[in-house]
Design a protein around this ligand. Sequence first.
Ligand code: NAG
Ligand code: NAG
Ligand code: NAG
Ligand code: NAG
Ligand code: NAG
Ligand code: NAG
Ligand code: NAG
Ligand code: NAG
Ligand code: NAG
Ligand code: NAG
Ligand code: NAG
Length: 762
Amino acid sequence: MASNICLWLWFSYITSLHVIFTLALSDNYIIHMNLSDMPKSFSNQHSWYESTLAQVTTTNNNLNNSTSSKIFYTYTNVMNGFSANLSPEEHESLKTFSGFISSIPDLPLKLDTTHSPQFLGLNPYRGAWPTSDFGKDIIVGVIDTGVWPESESFRDDGMTKIPSKWKGQLCQFENSNIQSINLSLCNKKLIGARFFNKGFLAKHSNISTTILNSTRDTNGHGTHTSTTAAGSKVDGASFFGYANGTARGIASSSRVAIYKTAWGKDGDALSSDIIAAIDAAISDGVDILSISLGSDDLLLYKDPVAIATFAAMEKGIFVSTSAGNNGPSFKSIHNGIPWVITVAAGTLDREFLGTVTLGNGVSLTGLSFYLGNFSANNFPIVFMGMCDNVKELNTVKRKIVVCEGNNETLHEQMFNVYKAKVVGGVFISNILDINDVDNSFPSIIINPVNGEIVKAYIKSHNSNASSIANMSFKKTAFGVKSTPSVDFYSSRGPSNSCPYVLKPDITAPGTSILAAWPTNVPVSNFGTEVFNNFNLIDGTSMSCPHVAGVAALLKGAHNGWSPSSIRSAIMTTSDILDNTKEHIKDIGNGNRAATPFALGAGHINPNRALDPGLVYDIGVQDYINLLCALNFTQKNISAITRSSFNDCSKPSLDLNYPSFIAFSNARNSSRTTNEFHRTVTNVGEKKTTYFASITPIKGFRVTVIPNKLVFKKKNEKISYKLKIEGPRMTQKNKVAFGYLSWRDGKHVVRSPIVVTNINFNL
Ligand SMILES: *[C@@H]1O[C@H](CO)[C@@H](O)[C@H](O)[C@H]1NC(C)=O
Ligand SMILES: *[C@@H]1O[C@H](CO)[C@@H](O)[C@H](O)[C@H]1NC(C)=O
Ligand SMILES: *[C@@H]1O[C@H](CO)[C@@H](O)[C@H](O)[C@H]1NC(C)=O
Ligand SMILES: *[C@@H]1O[C@H](CO)[C@@H](O)[C@H](O)[C@H]1NC(C)=O
Ligand SMILES: *[C@@H]1O[C@H](CO)[C@@H](O)[C@H](O)[C@H]1NC(C)=O
Ligand SMILES: *[C@@H]1O[C@H](CO)[C@@H](O)[C@H](O)[C@H]1NC(C)=O
Ligand SMILES: *[C@@H]1O[C@H](CO)[C@@H](O)[C@H](O)[C@H]1NC(C)=O
Ligand SMILES: *[C@@H]1O[C@H](CO)[C@@H](O)[C@H](O)[C@H]1NC(C)=O
Ligand SMILES: *[C@@H]1O[C@H](CO)[C@@H](O)[C@H](O)[C@H]1NC(C)=O
Ligand SMILES: *[C@@H]1O[C@H](CO)[C@@H](O)[C@H](O)[C@H]1NC(C)=O
Ligand SMILES: CC(=O)N[C@H]1CO[C@H](CO)[C@@H](O)[C@@H]1O
């Protein structure tokens, strides 16, 4: 996506500034320490870290001992350790001190840049919305670019008092770095706002003057994601007339706490700040975290999101993360972390249209995303072929031009027509993607069938040049067929950091999402700067907060459920059929059926997730068993779990996950054989019997033992075994998949099963 390219450029820019102007070779590090080694004389961790670092400096006698300012964060919830700016000598020296476990460099993370509630089947009178009271006492923490607190989506009209479990005290906006919550821009909806830029400033001291010490969103991303998850209801929202209607977050009564970690115009974020933000969110008492950013493909014990969210999971906090926008190739996913939910992005059933009406009264509709207020009345219309002759185009100024080239030249055709400053352009193409539609001048894309009608009309009026047309814009249509589909950009699995857990987990709406936007940040997709308090944007950044919102509703309805139970409920009840009753398609793979590497378990269905029947629950030790089986060292595991000792007596890659992934690339084997063990918990009716059924995988035999589960009471657990047998997959055939469904007449508990020969390197 374009926004990712900008981000990359921004990173390079920062890096070069750093090298050229600051000269010092010091850099930021995140240091893990072993609390068992802390001498009794220290009253707290921070003073021990300070003292250790002071000794490090005196041993490096060529350096000044301004050590306390070098530690910019001491972490308490998510890890035992701190982050500091150190010279290479100091870093080496620190490694020799008692208590040092390991260090990781402070790396940058990428942002994964309203009709959607209805599209998800949410309804005010039944299902997840009323059952959860719209997520009333649930607190959603959002780690992002900050927030625009004045947005109408943060109005708290009619909201009850802030739940007492909330411990957050800060509402930090400019001119009021530490302000008490009653005197601030926060309210009963936006209950906390904090910023974390110490790591960013330590790394890029040169730009400190341009960084506002405030949670205010100067990018727009955080305002959009937080209001998607839990924005209040706002009537009359629209994007220049498109997508008009009521905008509301998925959990419109939940509370929002914002943690700003992404800085600069393009949202540059550093691990040290993100870890500090998650650390703070845990102390503050959030129930749900939404993290629409990630670092590419790191080992779990080096991945800041993996490290910080392990502690969140232990505290019962549900974490939603974005899969990334690097699709559609395999292994492009980030945040493939076993203890979070990883969200892919799909399309909505909505399309933006314009109409061209010919002089003979025939009206033809096509894709249009023109944002201006012009509509063309009775202008001459001419056919200009491929619109590649700019000179010729320049001679038709007061006319509507019709162009017909191929898909590849569409952008060029549009650019030529735009430059020629004609009245408007009608482009004949079967392209389907709104992102391909220029919105800065009056244009409509019509399909080839309608294109023939327009051409015939113009031709018949050729002799006396009397062909005329009108153009009108800003029509929003719903019920578009073959939706949802997994969109092109959405990152695909398997996860490099832990391929044994099938990722992504779920798909949610990510394309053309309307949500709140800062009034002083230009909205995207426009030639000149224009402003609006709502914006339509795309990305797994947008699908991630949808899932955070749904999790808030589920937590509101089922307070005792663990994060893994909520994730299981979301996955096993999702949809795999689109609105034409066919398997959901993958736009990035020629509109063929989307494999679980694109779709995950399916497309989220909040009302069904409310009552999943069975859940696959996972405890902390289960995750540790997985880390042990990945052959990580005790030190590596400690970096994630914070324990000085981790029990690795039962290593297992077979996590109790609601999905199955089998690898068919064992070096010396002509066959694929994989066995999985699962335990399901009955969260539905007291007495019930489930039967297994398998959607076959061509060429493979899948068996389930037992294939009947008889539950006698609620919360009873029963185990079963699933076995996949078949030939070794050919190189050509990379992915085969099917489904296991447990049915009791009321519930369908469905899990995807994938067999693959995709290689991965750990
Ligand atoms: C150490 O301190 C001296 C005097 O305070 C200063 O001139 C020098 O730049 C400092 N060196 C470093 C590496 O910070
Ligand atoms: C460094 O610390 C020592 C004692 O810890 C002190 O005597 C000395 O003055 C300090 N040096 C500087 C440059 O601050
Ligand atoms: C923000 O605070 C830091 C210290 O934490 C300071 O160095 C910086 O100058 C401040 N920036 C602005 C724009 O006030
Ligand atoms: C959106 O605007 C159109 C045209 O003005 C109108 O017909 C339609 O009812 C509006 N839709 C909603 C949901 O307000
Ligand atoms: C143009 O792109 C659309 C998808 O947007 C595709 O369905 C169609 O086949 C393409 N046409 C040609 C001629 O390549
Ligand atoms: C122009 O030609 C079209 C058909 O060729 C005819 O219907 C129309 O009346 C003509 N207009 C004039 C002004 O002659
Ligand atoms: C871990 O090491 C064992 C023994 O060397 C090996 O059999 C196994 O495949 C390794 N596991 C992974 C996930 O690499
Ligand atoms: C992980 O283990 C390797 C091998 O022992 C070690 O070099 C590395 O420092 C460890 N990393 C972390 C973050 O624990
Ligand atoms: C932490 O320190 C304790 C006591 O010294 C030791 O037993 C343990 O192995 C250490 N843990 C790690 C991960 O280094
Ligand atoms: C492959 O496995 C078979 C037995 O399962 C063994 O006889 C053979 O030597 C193995 N081949 C290699 C190359 O390891
Ligand atoms: C963003 C910023 O403030 N850049 C400055 C960094 O420092 C150099 C040299 O002092 C300036 O020229 C840049 O403008």
